[in-house]
Design a protein. Structure first.
Lengths: 133, 133
DNA sequence: TTTATTAATAGTAATAATTATTATTATCAA
DNA sequence: TTGATAATAATAATTATTACTATTAATAAA
């Protein structure tokens, strides 16, 4: 988790972080813009995008790219599982940790009809490891 | 896996499918367009998008939405794991199945430095289950 | 083999999401 | 307080994807 090196604290970033942390949903940048706008009416969408990017690169929030065409953000940075509806795109936290071993077959969980899961490892690839920073 | 009901087979769709199945990479729609264009110079990008969408909805290929801003496609529909580089976005298949239980901690795998993983379940949410088709 | 039907395409326009640009503002160290 | 400049607001540009529509070609029927 490469920490961001902000040199100044701004009302915009503080507000964005505070609002996204309140939510248990996974809002898009536009969603957050609409929420923060109520407190800071002159904030710009670009500022929201930039800060969400910075905050997620700093590991303070998470950026999620699933299903649809827009990125979504998660105010809970700590690792947790998600349930993603194939039909409507709904993306919610899984309350109980199913681990390990992970259940693979279809079945019910949290009232959902589970059809499968996607497991993705993240890290640094061999060719990137070779390169100097 | 809702099967597509094509009523005609076209050279365009056949070629798109043939070419993506050859690859072990995870090309974007634009990548596939460039490849197929060499064989069918008059194919349009819209046709590539439409067919990739149809093929993945039919479960014949997979649509992957990770990391970056563009969707990527996978000619291998059967379930397998991916390794995704946080630094350069490279997305490759994991050769050996690590299952189960899934290893959680950081470490080496396939020459990569693993920093974590993302597990996502897919299915139908309770409110969608209530609704008629 | 010709012809009719219409699914699917090519070409293009429109939309949506994100990123880039730049003059202005406001944080913060001195 | 003031000065340097990080960060912002406003806007333009770009990128990815989807929508539209006249034309083409896959298939079935004659
Ligand atoms: Mn979450
Ligand atoms: Mn793959
Ligand atoms: Zn749903
Ligand atoms: Zn890499």
């Amino acid at each position: 988790m490469e920490r961001a090196n902000w040199s100044r604290r701004t009302r915009q970033r503080e507000m964005i972080l505070r609002e996204i942390k309140k939510l248990r949903t996974h809002p898009s940048a536009a969603d957050i813009y609409e929420i923060v706008r109520k407190k800071l009416p002159r904030i710009s969408l670009g500022t929201v995008y930039r800060n969400l990017e910075d905050l997620s690169r700093a590991g303070i929030i998470r950026k999620i790219r699933d299903g649809g065409t827009r990125a979504r953000y998660d105010g809970t940075a700590a690792g947790h599982y998600h349930l993603h509806c194939q039909r409507c795109g709904r993306l919610v936290d899984l309350e109980k940790d199913p681990s390990p071993p992970v259940r693979v077959g279809p079945g019910k969980m949290d009232g959902w009809e589970i059809t499968g899961y996607r497991l993705e490892f993240t890290g640094i690839c061999p060719s990137c490891l070779k390169k100097k920073v």
